[in-house]
Design a protein around this ligand. Structure first.
Ligand SMILES: NC(=O)c1ccc[n+]([C@@H]2O[C@H](COP(=O)([O-])OP(=O)(O)OC[C@H]3O[C@@H](n4cnc5c(N)ncnc54)[C@H](OP(=O)(O)O)[C@@H]3O)[C@@H](O)[C@H]2O)c1
Length: 333
């Protein structure tokens, strides 16, 4: 997501900004001992630091000196920082052998992460996927795991099995399980509701529970939500209603897991071109979805994977958030 540029200027501490003519401004007026008021937004410029920064805190000068000596970025660009690399770490991805889960797994493999890939229904497809990834990335370890994940015990077992295969533990946990039923509320049966509730709601809760219990320090939890949470629409009430609780589980967990340095976030795609969508929509509804966002097309898996990559690498400061990624389809605020 970010380009490495060792010539890029060092970022200033948050209360300072640099104008286009290279003036450094303290953006905060101190009203009293404990409260600060921002008086103008920070500006970013292409110029280099100058003597005008002599009032900057010692810490900033020290960091800049180290950066110059080592000729590497310290805080402006994270690609080169070891703490943002996931090579050698291990990721669990549920539904991780096809569509969004599969492409996410490929990207994590490319970055050198070991993979514990869950699938539910198609063993042959999962094995073919594992073979393809293993031949492309022979240095990483990839384990497959089949399960229905709709109760507490199955989620506990998912993490137990993963830890038994990877002795260094699990660093990244991505829950991608979901189901959609597109119907008016008046037509949804109890059986359909229970099915939606278990796959979208219950799995989401117990996945986060066991991720919280099992992830290594500074781990990353990502849950896949849906941009439909921000839509005023018919026929998706069952799907929206059973995906919605995830927002509270993920947010609460992000707070509870602060002491372990674990982040918890949601990525919420728009209507995304996979079998999940195409099997539940008509040609007319797909054509409509294409008219409501950027570039006259659906969300692609390749629009979403870089966001997941960012959250597990450079995006370590983001937690408790739900990122709506849909090319302008919906917006929660
Ligand atoms: N495609 C879209 O338009 C769209 C838009 C927004 C959000 N999403 C969300 O994105 C995620 C991935 O969707 P996708 O489009 O990539 O489709 P997908 O491949 O069908 O993803 C859903 C996954 O959930 C698994 N699953 C379903 N029931 C399960 C159960 N009882 N136990 C364990 N796993 C189960 C499925 O496995 P099986 O196929 O073997 O059942 C599948 O791997 C889902 O959470 C979905 O809600 C999709």
């Amino acid at each position: 997501m970010s380009e490495v540029n060792n010539n890029e200027e060092l970022a200033l501490p948050p209360q300072y900004s640099r104008s286009r003519d290279n003036q450094v401004t303290n953006n905060f007026n101190i009203n009293n001992e404990s409260s600060y008021t921002q008086v103008e937004p920070p500006l970013y410029a292409e110029s280099t630091p100058s003597d005008q920064e002599s009032d900057l805190p010692q810490e900033y000068h020290k960091r800049r000196q180290i950066q110059q000596e080592e000729n590497e970025c310290s805080i402006c660009c994270r690609d080169c920082s070891p703490e943002h690399q996931i090579k050698g770490q291990t990721a669990i991805v549920t539904g991780g052998t096809k569509n969004l889960g599969g492409e996410t797994a490929k990207e994590l493999a490319r970055l050198g992460a070991n993979l514990f890939l869950h699938y539910r229904s198609n063993e042959q497809q999962a094995k073919d996927f594992q073979k393809e990834l293993s031949s492309k990335y022979p240095d990483i370890k990839i384990e497959l795991y089949q399960a229905d994940l709709t109760d507490d015990a199955s989620l506990k077992k998912l993490f137990d099995e993963a830890k038994s295969k990877f002795s260094n533990g699990i660093d990244i946990a991505i829950n991608n399980v979901g189901q959609v039923v597109k119907k008016p509320i008046t037509e949804i049966t109890e059986e359909e509701f229970n099915s939606l509730d278990s796959k979208n709601n219950k799995v989401a809760f117990f996945f986060i529970k066991y991720a919280g219990l099992n992830l290594n320090k500074n781990g990353r939890i990502i849950s896949i939500g849906t941009s439909l949470l921000a839509a005023y629409t018919e026929y998706y009430g069952g799907y929206q209603g059973t995906k919605a609780p995830l927002e509270f589980y993920s947010k609460a967990a992000s707070k509870e897991l602060l002491p372990k340095g674990i982040t918890s976030n949601i990525v919420s795609p728009g209507p995304m071109e996979t079998s999940f969508l195409l099997n539940s929509e008509t040609k007319e509804s797909v054509d409509f979805f294409k008219t409501v966002g950027l570039h006259g097309r659906l969300t692609q898996v390749s629009d979403i994977v870089p966001i997941i990559r960012f959250l597990v690498t450079e995006g370590t400061w983001i937690t408790g958030q739900n990122i709506f990624a849909n090319g302008g389809f919906t917006s929660p605020k």
